[in-house]
Design a protein around this ligand. Structure first.
Ligand code: NAD
Length: 464
């Protein structure tokens, strides 16, 4: 693994000054400029897809199919979509006002918030850096990108590609860890967009409060899966296992654990075994032909392995551990709510199954925890859907599939409660980086209506 060259603190200062100047110049405001940068971003991904796949393989052992589907094509699509809709999104809006003010000019202008800062995590290093950037470019914000130092090959590639494709006066990469990020956070920004864990999210929000910088926090959490009586268990097992095995479980919307009604547990276990054997026909998922990626580094590996070592549940499938790199997808049954696997977001390829009496018990268990990024439920029953909608909270609620919300980019994507605040994708991204600036022009003719507001005050004017 390569060593990442950190940006010097002197250079951080220069970048900040340069981007502030660019913002004040108005360079990033014309629609034609923004469109060009968005098209350049799409081109950057089209022309460098192979290098991006290779970098992710080096840092994460991620199969190239997963990079192509989940990252490269996602960024290209959202950049092109924004380029196409930019004009419509940024159009000033005439606001309908009360009759007596109707002759005034009351317009809301969509103005860029200022220079933006995007801080991203290691698990999907490209899409989680560049999809927010699409929103920032579309809104007209110059932007500093701070990729994760945990994936040094990807972070170095980002730093080398950005200046080749985007305007360096407006878009820059700062590489580094806590020191460099803290230097960035000492400064005021138009907006900070952070994706990562809740612990660091609190640091970001606290620092941002000192400069009154608005923040979006895209965090994680334990996203549960609910199995209802009225569902196709084979389909559910297949779709849950699909979601859990993306990037070896290192996905913010990975199905974290599954609640299954007691009388369905035996059938669900069988369904999981069938799905597992079709996904991993070799004896073990760690077989070289299995296209099975790494846990990002030894410290994360030992954290995930530690959760597995301490579980009191029983391994249904998987369980193999390979040095300090890989852990096979592992389904654990008979897990209790106080088990090691329920202590924190697993963020690895372990899927605990918890037995429950019924839906009410599941809802109680979910509601006792913090608000997850997503709740998945496999059900065809409308009453079950209603109950989940009305008696739980979460960033999203997805029925009969997992992780698919990432592809439905027309809808806002974001957390709730401890899984974060703010949302993005398509126009929601544009809105995140946009200030709605109300502009009012009051014509001289309005003076006739203002008699009562001017001094001297009198009882007659008060009565008007
Ligand atoms: P992280 O919070 O450790 O790091 C994210 C970023 O914060 C990195 O760029 C890192 O350099 C920076 N950082 C680390 N320590 C810092 C500090 N003390 N001060 C300032 N910045 C600091 O997150 P991670 O481990 O890279 O990612 C995993 C977490 O991210 C999981 O909880 C996952 O659920 C969450 N996540 C959420 C989403 C989402 O869209 N909601 C997407 C991916 C990951």
């Amino acid at each position: 693994m390569s060593t990442l060259q950190h940006t010097s603190l002197a250079e951080v200062e220069q970048i900040y000054t340069r981007l502030q100047r660019t913002f004040k110049d108005g360079t990033t405001r014309p629609i034609a400029y923004r469109r060009k940068q968005l098209l350049q971003l799409a081109r950057m991904f089209q022309e460098n897809a192979a290098a991006i796949e290779q970098a992710e393989y080096t840092d994460l052992g991620k199969p190239k199919q997963e990079v192509a589907i989940a990252e490269t094509s996602g960024v290209i699509e959202s950049a092109l979509f924004a380029a196409e809709h930019l004009e419509e999104w940024s159009r000033p809006e005439k606001v309908q006002v009360e009759e007596w003010r109707s002759s005034w000019d009351t317009t809301v202008y969509k103005t860029p918030k200022g220079v933006a800062l995007i801080i991203s995590p290691w698990n999907y290093p490209f899409i989680l850096t560049f999809n927010p950037l699409v929103g920032a470019i579309a809104a007209g914000c110059p932007t500093v990108l701070k990729p994760s130092e945990v994936v040094p090959t990807c972070a170095a590639l980002i730093a080398s590609l950005v200046p080749k494709y985007l305007d360096s006066e407006a878009y820059a990469v700062v590489n580094g860890a806590v020191t460099e990020t803290t230097a960035l956070l000492d400064k005021p920004w138009g907006h900070i967009f952070f994706t990562g864990g809740g612990k660091i999210g609190k640091i970001i929000a606290t620092k941002a409060a000192q400069t009154l910088t608005p923040v979006t926090l895209e965090l994680g959490g334990k996203s549960p899966v609910v199995i209802d009586e009225d569902c196709d268990l084979q389909l559910a097992a297949r779709r849950i296992l699909y979601g859990k095995t993306q990037n070896s479980g290192q996905l913010c919307v990975s199905p974290d654990h599954v609640y299954v009604p007691r009388h369905l547990v035996a059938d669900f276990k069988e369904a999981v075994k069938v799905a597992y054997s079709t996904f991993f026909p070799s004896e073990t998922a760690l077989h070289p032909n299995s296209h099975w990626g790494n846990i990002v580094n030894p410290s994360h590996h030992s954290r995930v392995k530690g959760l597995l070592d301490r579980t009191l549940g029983e391994i249904l499938v998987g369980g193999q551990v390979d040095g300090a790199k890989r852990i096979a997808p592992t389904v654990v049954t008979g897990v209790k709510p106080d088990d090691s696997l329920m202590e924190e977001e697993i963020f690895g390829p372990i899927l605990p199954i918890l037995e429950v009496e019924n839906l009410d018990e599941t809802i109680k268990l979910i509601s006792n925890g913090s608000s997850p990024l997503v709740i998945y439920a496999f059900t065809n029953n409308e009453e079950t859907k209603e109950k989940l909608l009305n008696r739980t909270t979460s960033g999203s609620l997805v029925f009969n599939d997992t992780t698919i919300q990432l592809a439905v980019h027309e809808m806002p994507f974001g957390g709730h409660g401890e899984s974060g605040y703010g949302a993005y994708y398509d126009k929601n991204s544009f809105d995140t980086f946009t200030h709605k600036r109300s502009s009012i022009n009051v014509p001289a003719a309005a003076e006739a209506m203002f008699g009562a507001r001017y001094r001297p005050y009198s009882e007659e004017k008060y009565a008007l």
